[in-house]
Unconditional design. Structure first.
Lengths: 236, 386
């Protein structure tokens, strides 16, 4: 008898609230969801429905009021801060809504940011970096400053940075919100390609992708495996 | 180590990226580093000068006073003290000052009397015959004199011609800078001294602890004489230089305080950008301690570079350019003397102290803002903050 392999991401009973003056506002009312490797799942919902907060909790950036979040079977909520940071670093790639790029730095320096705390880019990292740059069609922009790039190019840089440590889980917040049709399709094609292949070609290591979006171009796309809809803090 | 070097490289790159902020903070730090270093190096250099002088001084020197004014003293005035068990020797000395109009400065004229405190000769020999002199390097430099050259000096009975036999050097400019050594006959002639009368008597003691007892004996033998103990000169020097250093510290402390306040203000004021950057780093997989280390390295690097430049500039200012302005304020050096050249000195302990004064407070003061910016709410950034 073999133990069942844990899902890449499992969240159960996630509740979150914040205090606004004298009253407590409930944002998430017991969210449960799961994601497997190679899955591309969209988290839909209007602005203010709690999508970004849920992403922050699933990514280990915010502690929920209650509930559990497991990555590859490891409960993130009970981990000590140092171990949680390490888990985040090793398993999760983030692309935030504002992209979070450092405008005075070059494309390459922004993408290499995650490598710095482990001592900088080694040969294997450089190879992966080059592969990523080529795959995302930004090789020629490597030494260009971020503030000289178009919106679509910036988006690809943010995705490249999230992928540089080869994460198991990729979380994206509104990745196409400010892009035109061509660039939005390009990002979607890229994500589709990503979940079908890995840097080392092994299917069991394909990343699972969860993206918060209310972009109909994505929600109606065949590339998306499932759409989870969040309304007023509940999955419907 | 790899992690540390990688974070250090990122911190240096970050300083370069934020040129304007780095330059304005760095300039303030550089200025304070320069002032503090100049004050400390100057103080230590002067202290080293007088500490070199002290061992060569007589334990007691005796001057005859008349009506409160110095009077020449007979060479055998303390003859009966020579047999005192605590006294090693009594040396009558002829010395005085001679004004040199071309330099607008005084020359210290001294008769060769085997003084053990005489500085090392740089070039040439001591004067053996009448009409010869050996001079200090600063005077020689000012007048462009070398051994073999001649110089006419304005003595008591008119100008006298001398040949330079040698040029003194010494680690101490205070001792050698304005010195001119002659035969006793020439020194008397220049200063207008009669035979058998001397400027003072230098007394060497076999037991320096006896100085007080012997001074009391001298007072009885020579009523009204002024007896100067070496320990009193030592105390006067220490007090004088201590006061000057204290004066400078009193001036510098408010400057340092103001600067630290400015630094604090700047470090706190730029927190929006730093908090954004910290959020980006956190989302890029950095841990809190990585961000904190990076910020501390950034502050240390900035203050370290400014301190290194400030100390180097202070060294050049003091020992190459002779400390204009500050020398007038601190040295109290008489304009009647020829130029005074500080002896260059820079020790590891001074460097360590300067680094501790300059780098540690700035780094320490930046820890709280660094902590605040590293402890960022990444959730806010994720929800579309800047």
């Amino acid at each position: 008898m073999t133990a069942e392999k844990p899902k890449l991401l499992e969240a159960e009973g996630i509740k979150q609230s914040f205090v606004d003056g004298a009253k407590t506002v409930e944002i998430l009312h017991g969210i449960s969801l799961a994601l497997d490797r190679g899955e591309l799942v969209a988290l839909a919902g209007p602005s203010g429905s709690g999508k970004s907060t849920l992403l922050a909790i699933l990514g280990g950036l915010l502690l929920p009021r209650s509930g559990t979040v497991r990555i590859d079977g490891v409960d993130m909520i009970t981990l000590r801060a140092h171990h949680l940071s390490r888990l985040r670093r090793e398993k999760i790639g983030f692309v935030i809504q504002g992209l979070g790029l450092l405008p005075a730095m070059t494309v390459l320096d922004n993408i290499a940011l995650p490598l710095i705390p482990s001592g900088g880019a080694e040969r294997a990292d450089l190879e992966r970096l080059n592969t990523l740059l080529e795959r995302l069609e930004i090789s020629k922009l490597a030494s260009t400053r971020i503030d000289k790039l178009s919106g679509g190019e910036r988006q690809r840089v943010a995705i490249a940075r999230a992928l540089v440590l080869d994460p198991a889980l990729l979380l994206l917040d509104e990745p196409t919100a400010s892009l035109d049709k061509a660039n939005a399709e390009r990002v979607l094609a890229l994500l589709t390609e990503l979940r079908q292949s890995t840097s080392n070609g092994q299917s069991e290591n394909r990343p699972g992708i969860l993206m918060a979006t209310h972009d109909p171009r994505i929600l109606n796309s065949d590339a998306v495996d499932r759409v989870l809809e969040l309304r007023e803090g509940r999955l419907v | 180590m790899k992690r540390f070097l990688s974070l250090l490289a990122f911190a240096l790159a970050s300083l370069i990226r934020r040129k304007r902020r780095s330059l304005s903070l760095g300039f303030g730090l550089l200025l304070i580093a320069f002032l503090l270093s100049a004050a400390l190096l100057l103080h230590d250099s002067i202290r080293a000068e007088y500490e070199r002088l002290i061992p060569g001084m007589a334990e007691l020197s005796v001057h005859q006073l008349r009506g409160g004014r110095p009077e020449r003293i007979a060479g055998d005035a303390l003859k009966e003290l020579e047999s005192h068990p605590g006294v090693r020797s009594i040396t009558p000395r002829v010395w005085g000052y001679l004004y040199l109009p071309p330099l607008s400065a005084n020359l210290t004229v001294m008769a060769k009397n085997g003084d053990p405190a005489l500085p090392t000769i740089l070039d040439g020999t001591l004067p053996d015959n009448e009409g010869e002199l050996t001079i200090g390097d600063r005077i020689a430099h000012s007048l462009g004199l070398r051994p073999g050259d001649s110089i006419a000096l304005p003595g008591a009975a008119g100008f006298q011609l001398f040949t330079v036999r040698g040029v003194f050097t010494s680690d101490s400019s205070l001792l050698a800078g304005d010195l001119a050594l002659f035969t006793e006959k020439d020194a008397r002639s220049l200063l207008g001294y009669d035979d058998e009368l001397y400027t003072d008597l230098a007394i060497a003691l076999s037991a320096p602890s006896e100085a007080n007892a012997i001074a009391a004996r001298i007072e009885k033998l020579l009523p009204g004489a002024r007896i100067v103990e070496r320990s009193a000169i030592e105390r006067a020097y220490a007090l004088s230089f201590g006061q000057r250093a204290g004066f400078l510290a009193a001036l510098l402390l408010p400057i340092l305080g103001s600067f630290l306040l400015i630094a604090w203000d700047r470090l706190s004021g730029s927190s929006d950008e730093e908090r954004y950057e910290a959020g980006v780093l956190l989302i890029s997989g950095w841990e809190f301690r990585d961000i904190l280390t990076f910020r501390i390295l950034e502050s240390s690097a900035l203050s370290g570079i400014a301190a290194a430049l400030g100390i180097s500039l202070a060294y050049l200012y003091l020992f190459i350019f002779d400390a204009p302005l500050l020398a007038d304020l601190l040295l109290g050096w008489s304009s009647l003397h020829p130029t005074f050249k500080l002896t260059p000195m820079l020790h590891g302990s001074q460097l360590l102290m300067l680094v501790a004064i300059l780098v540690l407070p700035f780094t320490a003061i930046s820890i709280l803002p660094a902590f605040r910016s590293a402890n960022v709410d990444a959730d806010a950034l994720l929800r579309g903050g800047r």
